[in-house]
Ligand binder design. Structure first.
Ligand code: IPE
Ligand code: IPE
Ligand code: MG
Length: 228
């Protein structure tokens, strides 16, 4: 089922796990755990709806500055979670693309994540991009350095797009941020040039199908003018 009023590419800043947990007097990691379940549900809903690209911001370049315990809990959760979830992604014909400086991850995590990406590489259904150790400025610097190494002396916008982590992925149509924060936090700086933004008040663990539908309804009512 594909609907032309549906965004082709949805990107989500999954924010508010810590506050969700705090409200319940639980450790932050409990919020991340619940947040992972919400991520799985969102992937399934989007793939059922016929969304072509879903990108999620799971761990930013700046998140490395968090407490060591929280960082390792997140690594563990992501790599174990993705590994466990890979057979389902396979059944759903979902392709996985990791965006970010994955080399900063410890070898065991990196291998698990890259293993899943390779295993799902030939799939032709929805593309799921997971931003890990990702920063928009870092991504632009990476692209510019690649262009420099190619010996380019004059670069075009297309050259830049083609050398980002997202090479080959169309720009997002809709960017959602949860938890009532109104900022980009270094997410998809280049790619978001004409994206529609939607801010949800709920914390990420509470972002269910109904909340996603609200975001899609709002998107449908927007008029995208692209300067015309
Ligand atoms: C989002 O939730 C998950 C990550 C950034 C890894 P947070 O951990 O940022 O939760 P809050 O924003 O502190 O509530
Ligand atoms: C943005 O959330 C990054 C992710 C959701 C992975 P943060 O919680 O890290 O962002 P700030 O610190 O509120 O800007
Ligand atoms: Mg946050």
């Amino acid at each position: 089922m594909s609907d032309i009023t549906l965004p082709k590419h949805i990107a989500i800043i999954m924010d508010g796990n810590g506050r969700w947990a705090k409200k319940r007097l639980m450790p932050r990691t409990a919020g991340h755990k619940k947040g992972f379940d919400t991520f799985v549900n969102t992937v399934e809903t989007c793939s059922d709806m016929g969304i072509e690209y879903l990108t999620v911001y799971a761990f930013s370049a700046e998140n490395w500055n968090r407490e060591q315990g929280e960082v390792s809990a997140l690594m563990e959760l992501m790599s174990r979670g993705i590994t466990k979830y890979t057979p389902d992604l396979m059944r759903r014909n979902i392709r996985l693309k990791l965006l970010g400086d994955i080399d900063r991850f410890a070898e065991k995590y990196r291998n698990a994540l890259r293993g899943a990406e390779d295993y799902l590489a030939a799939n032709t259904g929805m593309t799921l991009c997971i931003c890990l150790s990702y920063g928009g400025r870092q991504e632009l610097v990476y692209a510019f350095n690649r262009l420099a190494q190619q010996g380019k002396t004059e670069i075009t916008a297309e050259d830049i797009s083609a050398n980002l982590y997202t090479a080959g992925v169309p720009d997002p149509d809709l960017i959602i941020r949860t938890s009532g924060e109104y900022r980009i936090s270094n997410f998809l700086l280049w790619q978001s040039a004409y994206a529609e933004y939607y801010f949800a008040d709920v914390f990420w663990p509470d972002f269910d199908e109904k909340e996603l539908q609200k975001a899609l309804d709002a998107y449908t009512k927007r008029e995208r003018r692209y300067g015309r």
